[in-house]
Design a protein around this ligand. Structure first.
Ligand code: ADP
Length: 323
């Protein structure tokens, strides 16, 4: 067991539904084990500026069902420079923080690594709706974002079917197509356009729409990942080339908000719990990740080297099922 008495927790980078469940788990597991726990507002900005306050079991009451993050989040350019990291480490030491739990994405973990070089034990918990962190099968917020997108697309599909229209729906995901592929499968889209698959307009969009029309299809859904392009020009091109009225919808930030799903709440709670247990066990500079469907802790540097691939089988299945 480590002789650790005081830890901090912050959220950094883009917000994701389920972050509050993770914060709550960190705070309560810490308090249960006799640790003092400090909340840091607005990510690394709060650390540099000493925007730090004591938390306890009651300060996280009534939070796990809400989206966003009660600690607020931010990007912090100052922290990218060695001087910013040095100042943050100094503040952490002034506040007596021996351990720090960072809930965020890949960039936030690199910041945590820099901070650990100043003697602070850091633990990263992956939270991003994009699910684009190579060493983990799952990131907090991913499930809720997909469910939000799916519900919205189901509604668009109702009206597209009624009018025999085509719809292009742009979903989030940054440079990854995880949200797009999963919602395309779950909504029965005719086409998916994602960064992980080479894009050919005639083959990937035009052909499924024209062939689908001949087979009697009443709607044509195209799911576009934001990392590839924009919905409006794609919809215009479909309309011009097919004569089918085509609408464009950009789901945008509705995918980032909202009450977290069961899956996100359970996993975020488990990851927060595990983060504190890892610190208590004396393991430092670790990432809490999902591998082979289990939540485990791995070495941070090892985690940075790991990559994952979107399933090409799932892409093919999506196309077959849209037949
Ligand atoms: P995410 O954590 O979601 O990937 P960002 O990439 O914006 O989001 O990172 C969040 C914050 O983490 C940045 O504003 C910066 O303070 C810090 N950060 C990002 N990348 C690095 C890096 N390579 N080295 C040190 N700190 C970084």
């Amino acid at each position: 067991m480590a002789d650790i008495k005081k830890i901090g927790v912050l959220t950094s980078g883009g917000d994701a539904p389920g972050m509050n469940a993770a914060i709550r788990a960190v705070v309560r597991t810490a308090e249960y084990n006799g640790l003092q726990v400090m909340g840091i507002r607005r990510g690394y900005n709060g650390l540099i500026n000493g925007d730090i306050f004591e938390m306890n079991a009651r300060s996280v009451a009534d939070t796990l069902q809400h989206g966003g993050t009660i600690l607020q989040t931010a990007r912090c350019d100052e922290f990218r420079e060695p001087e910013g990291v040095r100042r943050a480490a100094e503040v952490a030491k002034i506040f007596g923080l021996e351990g720090l739990v960072v809930i965020g994405g890949d960039g936030s973990f690199r910041g945590a690594r820099d901070l650990s070089e100043h003697g602070i034990s850091t633990i990263g918990i992956p939270a991003t709706i994009d699910n684009d962190i190579g060493c983990t099968e799952y990131c907090i917020g991913f499930d809720t974002a997909m469910n939000t997108a799916m519900e919205a697309i189901d509604k668009i599909r109702d009206t597209a079917t009624s009018h025999a229209r085509s719809s292009v729906i742009e979903v989030m995901g940054r440079d990854a197509g995880y949200i797009a592929l999963n919602v395309a499968i779950s909504c029965g889209a005719e086409s998916i356009v994602i960064p992980e698959k080479e894009f050919n307009f005639d083959e990937d969009v035009l052909r499924p729409i024209i062939e689908g029309r001949h087979r009697g299809k009443k709607h044509y859904l195209v799911i576009l990942a934001e990392g590839v392009g924009s919905a409006i020009p794609l919809a215009e091109e479909i309309q011009t080339r097919t004569g089918i009225r085509t609408t464009a919808t950009v789901l945008g930030h509705i995918q980032r908000g909202g009450s977290p799903s069961v899956h996100d709440r359970v996993n975020a709670s488990t990851m927060g719990f595990k983060a504190v247990e890892t610190l208590l066990a004396g393991r430092k500079n670790r990432l809490i990740v999902m591998q082979n469907n289990k939540i485990v802790d791995i070495d941070m540097e090892e985690g940075f080297k790991q990559t994952k691939q979107i399933s090409q089988d799932d892409i093919r299945m999506c196309e077959v099922l849209a037949w």
